[in-house]
Design a protein around this ligand. Structure first.
Ligand SMILES: Nc1ncnc2c1ncn2[C@@H]1O[C@H](COP(=O)(O)OP(=O)(O)OP(=O)(O)O)[C@@H](O)[C@H]1O
Ligand SMILES: [Mg+2]
Length: 482
């Protein structure tokens, strides 16, 4: 209104100056200040605009006859927001602010590498001048944090993989993602309850430990090494961890990574609140004896030995090394981003380089063992819906006695129970028969082994005896791990 008066009263040459003057007087006299948050900042998407939109959608005070509804990619929730040119009052620490969603038509398509939307969208924040400092200092940061939380809770978690090798997608991303829907949880995971409890509380402490990690000057990350025979639940444990914490998973395929710098780039493109997994680490890269070659460089990938000479560039440019991997998990680079968990799994812990195992590198070494009696009870509950006391006491007693001797994995037992899940009694009997058979076989095997050991004196076996001793030591050290 004032502008149109100015247009009629002032001649064109004075118009611009008079508008400026009028605006200054208005701003000086007004007790409010205004901030525009546009959807597109130059040619880039404005993160703050998206955050405000998400934050306002969760506001309890959002009412009205017309709201805009959206459902994002990979999201299972519908969010609603202010529709065009609507307003909303929000309160922060007792301070009232007004948000307005302003939508105008873009006047003319200016030259840009990227086609811009026809509508110009933005939020205008109106605050009292006296509250300017507190709003700018903490309210906007609070909005960003809240928006991230809402995004995470709305979005289905993702499983990323680097199966494309080092090549990038259209957005320059080296990871491919699919929605992560693994149903494994700590409730369904069959393992010793005390161990399970320790792992769960360790994870909880980690997730809630931002202040602790800051205070102690440690990077906010944690490493777990899961080791044990195949089928004892290492992968299921990773899924349970992700479901427990609500983190995404990055499944790093080391055989697809060619150089240390590629590894670093992959790391830089992971988000916080994620679990970075390297499965079967002993198989994906030759990580033993890193002092074999110059400068801690172990050329070649996989167990099939070094890469051919012609494929190796200078200083192992075409190689991925143990020191590169340690830098990835431990060094300065590992700290880009925060709140990340590294999980390595292996069936052969004795094949790993001590550098990977030394304390402080992997914070927790978790042995995934054969099925114990406590684990069996969880499997009974999962597959047969048996509760404590449902199975005959004598049967349970026998199961308890032989289960450790039989050395059956939870995977094998699960298969047996799934097969007979419609006839629960048959399932238990068949399991008992299998356990009896296996434990007898194991006992016989042990007797033969002992006999052989007695037959071969230390003198006769020479190097072989040493070898056996080393193996025994390795086994002892494995059992001594946490
Ligand atoms: N501890 C467990 N609790 C519940 N289910 C289990 C457990 N261990 C194995 N299973 C069952 O067996 C299947 C295989 O388990 P999983 O893939 O987790 O084993 P793994 O230790 O990762 O084996 P591998 O070393 O071969 O990768 C799973 O689908 C799961 O149903
Ligand atoms: Mg596995």
């Amino acid at each position: 209104f004032c502008q149109s008066i100015l247009h009629t009263v002032f001649p064109p040459e004075l118009r611009f100056a008079s508008i400026k003057l009028f605006q200054r007087i208005f701003h000086w006299a007004s007790s409010y200040c205004y901030y525009d948050i546009t959807e597109i900042d130059g040619v880039n998407t404005n993160e703050l605009y998206n955050a405000v939109q998400l934050y306002l959608s969760s506001s309890a005070s959002i009412t009205g006859n017309r709201l805009s509804l959206t459902r994002g990619l990979n999201s299972s929730a519908i969010t609603f927001g202010l529709s065009n040119n609507d307003r909303l009052i929000d309160t922060y620490n007792g301070i009232e602010v007004i948000w307005e969603h302003v939508v105008t038509q873009r006047q003319s398509q200016t030259f840009s590498w990227r086609p811009l939307p026809e509508e110009k969208r933005g939020f205008t924040l109106r605050i009292h001048k006296k509250n300017k400092k507190i709003i700018l200092d903490s309210y906007l940061g609070f909005i960003m944090e809240r928006a991230n939380e809402i995004r995470r809770s709305n979005q289905d978690r993702l499983l990323y993989t680097n199966s494309r090798g080092g090549s990038l997608d259209a957005r320059g991303h080296p990871w491919e993602s699919v929605p992560f829907k693994h149903p494994s949880t700590f409730d369904t995971l069959a393992m010793d309850p005390c161990k399970k409890y320790r792992i769960m509380s360790d994870l909880k402490d980690f997730a809630d430990g931002e202040a602790f990690y800051k205070r102690t000057g440690r990077a906010w990350k944690r490493g777990y090494l899961l080791y044990g025979p195949p089928g004892t639940g290492k992968s299921s444990m990773i899924a349970a961890m992700a479901n427990y914490l609500g983190y995404d998973i990055y499944d790093l395929e080391l055989t697809e990574v060619h150089t240390n710098s590629e590894l670093r780039k992959l790391l830089m493109k992971t988000s916080s609140k994620s679990i970075i997994v390297i499965e079967d680490i002993d198989c994906s890269i030759n990580l033993t004896n890193r002092k074999k070659s110059n400068g801690n460089v172990v050329p070649g990938r996989g167990l099939d030995g070094p890469l051919p000479e012609e494929m190796r560039g200078e200083e192992g440019a075409n190689t991925i090394t143990l020191s590169g991997l340690l830098n990835f998990t431990d060094g300065l680079w590992s700290c880009c981003g925060s709140e990340r968990i590294f999980v390595f799994t292996t069936n052969h812990v004795e094949k790993l380089d001590p550098a990977l195992l030394r304390s402080g590198r992997m914070d927790m070494h978790i042995f995934m063992s054969y099925c114990s009696f406590d684990s069996l009870k969880i499997l009974f509950k999962n597959y047969l819906e048996y509760e404590e006391g449902d199975v005959d006491e004598d049967l349970m007693k026998e199961l308890r006695e032989i289960i450790d001797k039989a050395e059956m994995t939870p995977a094998d037992i699960s298969e047996l129970l799934i097969k007979n899940r419609r006839d629960k009694e048959k399932a238990v009997w068949e399991l008992l028969e299998t356990l009896r058979f296996k434990s007898e076989k194991k006992e016989k095997g042990n007797v033969i082994q002992e006999k052989r050991a007695l037959e071969t004196s230390p003198k006769e076996c020479g190097g072989g005896g040493d070898h056996q001793l080393v193996k025994q030591c390795q086994e002892i050290s494995v059992e001594n791990m946490i």
